[in-house]
Design a protein around this ligand. Structure first.
Ligand code: DON
Length: 306
């Protein structure tokens, strides 16, 4: 493969992110996240060969939040859970990540696995398959990142449990349509516990590498078939950044998953996984700095899926 100066590209991407400082808003609907430094930034890239590059606060853990939804979906498919596609769709919703409106007209079948409603169903499915959805995500992230310290920030999980009326409403509504297998309280506890995992840009880039490696894990065992890896990347591209997925594809041109902790994990199939982090969010709940950095990276390098 041709030589690419990833370190220089990351430095330039960070400079682009720095120009956005002050334009986003830190998520405060989960009070434990409101204390995040809005000016923080980090970015890491892990190649398919296993090299890792980083800039800024690339080793600092942050709350991964919805980035965990990528891993719950992959683990369900890895466990042979194809039946999940009878319980959740794979179309962009065009609505905010925590919206309730489509569930009413679509009989409790969420539009896709990455909006909160869909992720709640996927967590339920993973819990039934493994007996511990959040545990399965934590163990997978630890194994792929090689970081045994990675774990759930229980203060964040408790804060979301206390203020999670919207997710509780979604889960009860889904249950009313018979689309939850486990009790609502169990599913929400598991969902909050995997959202509240703290990990760094380096951890997440390493953990996302299986999608750049067409389904192969760090130890070269197969997590997903090539076809399932393609499918997860496709749903990430179309739904991973919610009602801003079109804008993200336009600017960045990579499959990606955001979280309200300010992280965005993006996949460059066959080459690398990248994670950028900055806590200031735009109105769709995606990090302003992280998206600016990924935009700068793909624009300068010409490396995207297009
Ligand atoms: O359920 C929630 O609202 C959060 N635990 C996760 C939402 C999230 O990260 C949306 N992403 N940008």
């Amino acid at each position: 493969m041709d030589a690419v100066d990833y370190q220089q590209l990351l430095s330039d991407a960070m400079a682009a992110a720095r120009r956005t400082v002050g334009t986003g808003r830190v998520a405060d609907y989960i009070p434990a996240l409101a204390a995040a430094d809005p000016d923080a930034f980090g970015m890491a890239l892990a190649t398919v060969e296993g090299e890792v590059f980083g800039v800024g606060a690339w080793e600092q853990p942050f709350s991964i939040q919805s980035i965990s939804k990528l891993f719950t979906l992959a683990l369900v498919l890895a466990e042979g859970g194809d039946a999940v596609w009878q319980r959740v769709g794979r179309e962009p919703s065009g609505n905010p990540f925590n919206s309730l409106v489509q569930l009413e007209t679509e009989q409790g079948i969420p539009r896709n696995p990455f909006i909160n409603a869909g992720a709640i169903v996927v967590t339920d499915h993973l819990h039934s398959l493994t007996g511990g959805a959040a545990h399965a995500v934590r163990e997978f992230l630890r194994a792929e990142s090689g970081n045994p310290m990675l774990g759930t920030d229980w203060e964040v999980a408790a804060s979301e449990t206390e203020h999670g009326h919207r997710n509780a409403a979604l889960a009860h509504f889904i249950a009313s349509h018979g689309n939850l297998l486990n009790p609502v309280e169990t599913v929400l506890d598991e969902y909050y516990a995997h959202c509240a995992i703290a990990a760094s840009c380096a951890d997440l880039a390493l953990a996302g590498r299986f999608l750049a490696r067409y389904g192969l894990r760090a130890d070269d065992t197969r997590l997903l078939s090539r076809s399932d890896a393609k499918r997860v990347n496709a749903v990430l591209l179309t739904c991973g950044t919610y009602d801003a997925a079109g804008e993200f594809a336009f600017r960045v041109g990579l499959p990606g998953k955001s979280g309200v902790g300010g992280g965005v994990l993006a996949i460059l199939p066959g080459r690398a996984a990248l994670c950028a982090w900055g806590p200031g969010l735009d109105r769709a709940g995606n990090s302003v700095g992280a998206v600016a950095a990924l935009d700068a990276f793909t624009t300068a390098s010409g490396l995207s899926v297009f």
